[in-house]
Design a protein around this ligand. Structure first.
Ligand code: C2E
Ligand code: CA
Ligand code: CA
Length: 729
């Protein structure tokens, strides 16, 4: 074993035999630290030097290698033999297997690059790129060889990657490679197939040729931000084919950077996901909709309920959950079979959909149970309860209609409905559903075909309302209504008219004020029958008044509500009442409120004119509380306007109210309308009104509403022209 590394002798040879220790050291350092494996041999191929890199690569120590034949240690026997045969053929002279194989071609050329396989000490084979150089002394005599080998394993990976990339390029997914400026460099056949652009057309253009316009600037900004920061982006995007068709694709873009970190390319792969989207929506349908009725299923309802409650929290509006269960559905299923049962459920779903507004949800919970969710029922619990009940009742009635599902036979089915109200996030979703369920059981307990609320207070209120409604229905037939009259006086304290005001006296109970039952009568439509009764009674009284010299010529004011006035036969009903008692139509005055005048102006005017032609007069009631619009007074043929009580009340203390009242009086006088002040309670109010030109008065100061008999007693013995008897103050 050599004592000194053979390297120095080689180096000396390499540099003309001169001893240049400095240079030698430098070269030594280079060789010792260089990455490639460096092996030096003499002319016979005996290893005289190899660097640490070779030691690391092949696993041999210095002692194991130096002084031995390079070919037999590092190389595969069969590779040497095979190459010797190939070289013999190529060079036309025999090349013996062994070290000669490495140098056989080293003729005049000083270098030779060859691909070889190295065998490590542990038997591992490493592909290397071997660079062989002949070494000569100063007399140009060959003295040895240096082999510099580079491990090719990494390179092989690169090659493999390239092969894979090439294969991948032929894949089903469209691929587009652009440069850093986004100019298209390459596209694959799948790209052409998908987009319609041939490679020759696309190359050189920008990917924006594919833009569909469906994504906005913000979308692209976010995409580029992601590409810049993470190097990639993927997502769904709509693109346009060359033929113009738009399709959804799944796109992945990767930014490619070189070793220095500089962006060089973008690689985009994408595929058409139209089919996928169809599948997705099918899955959604299956996951969120009931396949039989196509209504949302319980899962979707719960999700919408969650959203609705969040919205409710912000808007403070109430919503309601209605659980609807078909009564005795099982019987139908058992007797007529499931097919008929299914048809019935489909029909129920259709009716439910018809009963709700657009923003509401009707869902099938499963079996014969349905859930309806109502939203935006207002900010007051009581109002929301009424609204929910109105919808529930509509559903109940609709589901009660006969079903024709099998042949011509009609089936009758009823439903029980449980309701729970929600507002904000006061209850959890489960609690809400449970409450509606409890309410449903209450409805079933009540004999089915019924509606029940979970909330007891709500139920009590609605029960009371329902009870009042049925009592109100009977009240007319049972003669529980009475007409009171309140007198009206002119500026010189003469009794000129009386307003008829209804009272309800249920037997054995407190008298009910009109404010407590007129709105309910309006809602239920009972107001029409009640209003006709009032008209009848008023006309009957006018007839009696006509027979009494003290009251002959008195006018009677009758309140008519909007719903009553809108009846198609309203004019006829009024005329009939007048004729029935042979009353002078000029004595009847109909009081209307502004709310009636808001819509269907022409129809309202026509009806008023029809009655005006007969001689009936009109008064605009509660003036000032609505729009107090001058245009109402001009457009509609009124004879009188009544200043609302709320302005009169504070007339002597509130300057605004006083100003409004003065303006109303001025307006009325200018339009030649009689102006009546209602609710006059004090002498000060009376004096102020008189001072400012008001000519008619009604109020407790002059007399409260009283029954006809009392009214007549109050008349006293004096004729109206001389004053109003007891009423005069
Ligand atoms: P309205 O037409 O404004 O009737 C005047 C109301 O003011 C009456 O209340 C009357 O009793 C009350 N009032 C009169 N003078 C005074 C006063 O000096 N001070 C106070 N505090 N109140 C006074 P009522 O009788 O309770 O009637 C309430 C409302 O019910 C009526 O308001 C009217 O809108 C409606 N109404 C009454 N009778 C009928 C009817 O037969 N048909 C219809 N559709 N509505 C009616
Ligand atoms: Ca009135
Ligand atoms: Ca009034």
């Amino acid at each position: 074993m050599a004592d000194t590394p053979a390297f120095c002798s080689y180096a000396n040879i390499g540099f003309g035999g001169k001893s240049l220790p400095d240079l030698c050291e430098i070269q030594h350092a280079i060789l010792e630290s260089s990455v490639p494996a460096v092996i030096a041999t003499d002319v016979e191929g005996t290893v005289v030097y190899f660097n640490p890199s070779t030691q690391r690569l092949l696993g041999y120590s210095w002692e194991e290698v130096v002084g031995r034949q390079a070919a037999s240690i590092f190389h595969l026997e069969e590779e040497i033999v095979a190459r010797a045969e190939a070289l013999t053929l190529e060079l036309g002279r025999p090349v013996p297997p062994g070290f000669e194989v490495f140098i056989a071609r080293l003729g005049p050329a000083p270098h030779e690059l060859q691909e070889w396989t190295y065998v490590c000490k542990d038997g591992t084979r490493i592909p290397v790129c071997l660079w062989v150089t002949a070494l000569h002394d100063s007399e140009r005599r060959l003295i040895g060889y240096v082999g510099v080998a580079c491990d090719q394993r990494g390179r092989q990976h690169v090659n493999e990657d390239l092969r894979i990339a090439a294969l991948a390029f032929e894949s089903q997914a469209a691929i587009m490679v652009t440069d850093a400026q986004q100019r298209i460099l390459r596209v694959n056949p799948a790209f052409t197939q998908l987009t319609g652009y041939a490679a020759e057309e696309a190359v050189g253009l920008k990917p924006s040729i594919l833009k569909s316009g469906r994504q906005d600037a913000a979308f692209y900004r976010q995409m580029w931000e992601s590409l810049d920061s993470t190097g990639s982006w993927q997502g769904e995007i709509w693109n346009r084919r060359k033929c113009g068709g738009i399709y959804p694709e799944w796109l992945t873009i990767s930014a490619v950077r070189n070793e220095a970190g500089k962006l060089t390319h973008y690689v985009s792969t994408f595929s058409d996901i139209t089919d996928l989207k169809v599948a997705e929506s099918e899955i959604q349908n299956l996951a969120f909709y009931d396949p039989l009725t196509a209504l949302p299923n319980r899962r979707l309802l719960l999700s919408r309920l969650g959203q609705a409650r969040l919205t409710a929290k912000r808007s403070l509006q109430y919503g309601a959950l209605l659980i609807i269960d078909l009564d005795h559905f099982k019987n139908l299923n058992d007797t007529l079979g499931h097919d008929v049962g299914d048809l019935l459920l489909v029909e129920v779903a259709r009716r439910l959909r018809d009963c709700i507004r657009e923003g509401d949800t009707a869902a099938r919970q499963g079996g014969d149970e349905f859930i309806v969710m109502l939203e935006n029922l207002g900010t007051e619990g009581a109002v929301a309860g009424i609204q929910a009940e109105v919808v529930a009742e509509k559903i109940r009635v609709s589901l009660n209609r006969p079903y024709v599902v099998a042949g011509d036979a009609q089936h009758f089915h009823s439903a029980s409905i449980g309701i729970s109200l929600f507002c904000a996030l006061d209850k959890t979703t489960e609690v809400l559903l449970k409450q509606a369920d409890i309410a449903l059981y209450k409805a079933k307990d009540a004999g089915r075909n019924a509606i029940r609320f979970f909330d007891d207070a709500m139920q009590t209120a609605l029960d009371a309302r329902a009870a009042m409604e049925s009592r109100l229905h009977r009240a007319l037939a049972r003669g529980e209504f009475q007409l009171y009259v309140q007198p009206q006086f002119n500026a010189v304290r003469q009794l000129i008219a009386a307003e008829a005001l209804i009272r309800w006296q249920p037997p054995g109970e407190k008298m009910v004020a009109p404010a407590d039952f007129i709105p309910l009568a309006e809602e239920t439509g009972l107001i029409v029958a009640i209003g006709n009764w009032v008209l009848d009674q008023a006309c009957a009284q006018l007839q009696r008044w006509g027979d009494d010299p003290r009251t002959a010529g008195l006018h009677m004011a009758v309140n008519v509500s909007a719903r009553q006035f809108r009846q198609p036969d309203f004019v006829e009903q009024v005329c009939l009442a007048l004729a029935r008692y042979n009353v002078n139509p000029g004595c009847l005055k109909i009081e209307l409120t502004e709310s009636l005048l808001m819509d269907n102006v022409e129809a309202v005017v026509a009806k008023m004119q029809a009655l005006r032609r007969v001689g009936v007069r009109f008064s605009l009631d509660d003036f000032g509380t609505g729009y107090a619009s001058l245009s109402y007074l001009k457009r509609f043929p009124f004879n009188q306007l009544k200043i609302d009580r709320s302005f009169i009340r504070d007339i002597t203390t509130d300057s605004d109210d006083a100003a409004i009242v003065r303006a109303i009086i001025a307006m009325g006088n200018a339009l030649r309308l009689q102006v009546v002040a209602e609710g006059v309670e004090t002498a000060e109010q009376h004096a102020y009104l008189l001072d400012h030109g008001c000519t008619c008065f009604q109020g407790y100061l002059f007399g409260r509403p009283v029954p006809f008999a009392e009214f007549e007693r109050n008349l006293g013995e004096l004729p109206p022209a001389a004053g109003a008897g007891d009423w005069v103050i």
